[in-house]
Design a protein around this ligand. Structure first.
Ligand code: PEP
Ligand code: MG
Length: 579
């Protein structure tokens, strides 16, 4: 049988195992009649039952957070905080006290929050799965049922589901759950983030799963986003063997990163705290390519003092005392609301006051942050590189560069807004480096909200228009001899990483968990092959608007073309026949 299902690939790799559907129990609470009260219920008892159930869920989340590390642990801690949030608990208790049973009150209040999340149009919309999971766990407690956990298969399976809550994803045993295929979810969902950390091949927004029954053998290709039913067993096993060999090589990889023919490439880490920086160091990162400073202070209600900021940054940068560090100034707004930085609720926050734009409302916040970074910079041998997010004009870049240079640091800009990508040449005369934030660049170029799973197929950095734009920026950097790094999720895809290097990108920055895989993959390929892969994807007409277009037709074809060049050079991914 051929490919039956196609989705958005989010974690590369291959899995071949019987399918197992995750079926969650449906709780039928009377939501249609959500305000109906029942004067016969014992309100005090219902409040007690609700509080106990919610406490128990929070406790379980906290326990699991302690058993995991990295983003999985952070996400579980946030889930626990959600379960204990005083505002919605109070709303639920108030409702129960009017005579609404605890089950219905829970469903009603969490349902209202979910509707607000969706309407916000922010990354919160991606968190509705978390709320549904919280509701189901509390309802299970109220019904006297055990919390619904994942099936615990005793042999490997590919897990199929509508969506997976973070608590479930974090509890996956990668030895048994060899692949994860979600009908819904977007590439930025918590499930995707955790699957990436765990290295479980994963596809989201997948169509055509309906006819796959439990026990059917499926081949999941997390690099191409396909699921094949009952593939040829010999072929499928050989792909798995290749994948295992790749894992083995990756686990032994030590930097510094080089192509097969010995050309140095630079792999950096995206971090937001000291734990991430330590992990990055351990896996051979050559520094920090993106320090997301807004995430270090997202829970704060007031602006931290300059000294407190300096201490927090130093705590992270100290892990790499002599290596390159690229700090991004606060990217507050849109999916990362930080009230003290001047963000406000907006109709269309991704297109609103976000990143560098917040200085219009609170100019002193940027000055203070740069002052804090200047303190850290004083003790460093290698000066800090400091870049601004969400820059759209040359004027903004020039103003920012001056502030950074006068403090003795190296100024750069993130390329996230297409307007500034078009002006990469003149931009690079003003600043010293650029870093392509492909998550936002893809969102803005493809006009597809990165938090909306319904447009996930547009949010693929393999989209030919995105690749053409990255290429034009890399060429501008090459012409000026300045650095153009990629720090979006695209850098963590090993095949795409090779294509980006072929375009002339000078460094790749990614989640620490991806560094060894990308490093060992790049080590198998000559730079010339990377260049050929880039040309195959872009077409010979790249850079010449008047030549007949010969680049890839769509994101899948772009991937196919790159894989074909790599296969031709002996870098066998085994995917060339459309599996
Ligand atoms: C990006 O947009 O690609 C990026 C790295 O920034 P963030 O994901 O933090 O918006
Ligand atoms: Mg961004």
């Amino acid at each position: 049988m051929g490919i039956v299902s196609k989705g958005v690939p989010v974690v590369s790799g291959v899995a071949y195992a019987p399918a197992l559907w995750l079926r969650k129990p449906q709780f039928h609470d009377d939501t249609t009649n959500s305000n109906a009260t029942d004067q016969t219920i014992d309100c005090a008892r219902e409040v007690r039952r609700f509080t106990e159930a919610a406490d128990q869920v929070a406790e379980r989340f906290n326990e699991r957070a302690l058993q995991t590390v990295g983003s999985a642990s952070d996400i579980l801690t946030v889930s626990a905080a959600m379960a204990t949030d005083p505002a919605w608990r109070k709303a639920t208790i108030d409702l129960i006290n009017t005579g609404v049973p605890a089950t219905r009150a829970t469903t009603t209040t969490l349902g209202e929050i979910a509707r607000k999340f969706v309407a916000s149009g922010t990354v919160l919309a991606d968190r509705v799965t978390d709320l549904v999971d919280l509701r189901d766990r509390i309802l299970a407690g109220l019904h006297g049922l055990p919390e619904m956990d994942l099936p615990q298969p005793d042999s490997p399976v590919v897990l199929l589901c509508d969506d997976l809550a973070p608590a479930d994803t974090a509890a996956l045993d990668p030895k048994m759950i060899q692949g994860l295929v979600c009908r819904h979810s977007g590439p930025t969902s918590h499930s995707a983030i955790i699957a990436r950390q765990m290295g479980i091949p994963c596809i989201v927004s997948t169509q055509g799963l309906d006819n796959i029954e439990d026990g059917t053998l499926v081949l999941v290709n997390g690099t191409k986003g396909t699921v094949k039913v009952n593939p040829d067993p010999g072929h499928a096993r050989s792909l798995v063997a290749l994948e295992e060999a790749r894992h083995e090589a990756a686990s032994k990889w030590v930097g510094p990163a080089k192509t097969r023919d010995g050309i140095r490439t630079y792999l950096y880490a995206n971090v937001q705290n000291r734990v991430g920086a330590l992990q990055a160091k351990e896996v051979g990162a050559e520094g920090i390519g993106l320090l997301r400073t807004e995430l270090a202070f997202i829970g704060h209600t007031m602006e931290p003092s300059i000294e407190a900021q300096a201490r927090a940054y130093q705590n992270i940068t100290d892990v790499f005392p002599d290596d390159r560090i690229i700090v991004r100034t606060l990217d507050a707004g849109s999916d990362k609301p930080v009230a003290w930085a001047g963000t406000q609720p907006e109709e269309n926050p991704a297109l609103g006051v976000r990143g560098l734009r917040t200085r219009g409302r609170r100019p002193e916040v940027l000055e203070h942050q740069l002052d804090a970074l200047a303190i850290v910079n004083e003790g460093r041998n290698d000066p800090l590189n400091v870049m601004a997010p969400m820059v759209a004009t040359l004027e903004e870049a020039a103003e920012f560069a001056e502030k950074v240079r006068t403090r003795g640091m190296v100024p750069g800009v993130m390329i996230e807004v297409p307007a500034i990508a078009f002006l990469a040449g003149p931009l690079l005369e003003i600043i010293d480096f650029v870093s392509l934030g492909t998550n936002d660049l893809t969102q803005y170029l493809m006009a597809a909200d990165r938090t909306n799973p319904h447009v996930a197929t547009y949010l693929d950095a393999w989209q030919p228009a995105v690749l053409a734009m990255i290429n034009s920026v890399a060429r501008a950097a090459g012409a000026t001899g300045k650095r153009a790094c990629v720090c979006g999720e695209a850098a963590a895809d090993p095949v795409l990483g090779a294509v980006l290097l072929g375009m002339g990108v000078t460094g790749l920055s990614m989640a620490p968990s991806a560094i060894r895989t990308v490093g060992s993959f790049i080590g198998q390929i000559n730079l010339e092959t990377c260049k050929r892969a880039a040309t195959a994807v872009l077409g010979a007409s790249a850079g010449n608007n008047f030549a007949k277009y010969s680049g890839a037709f769509n994101a899948s074809e772009a991937r196919e073309r790159a894989l074909a060049v790599l296969a031709d050079a002996g870098v066998e991914f085994g995917f060339s026949e459309g599996s």
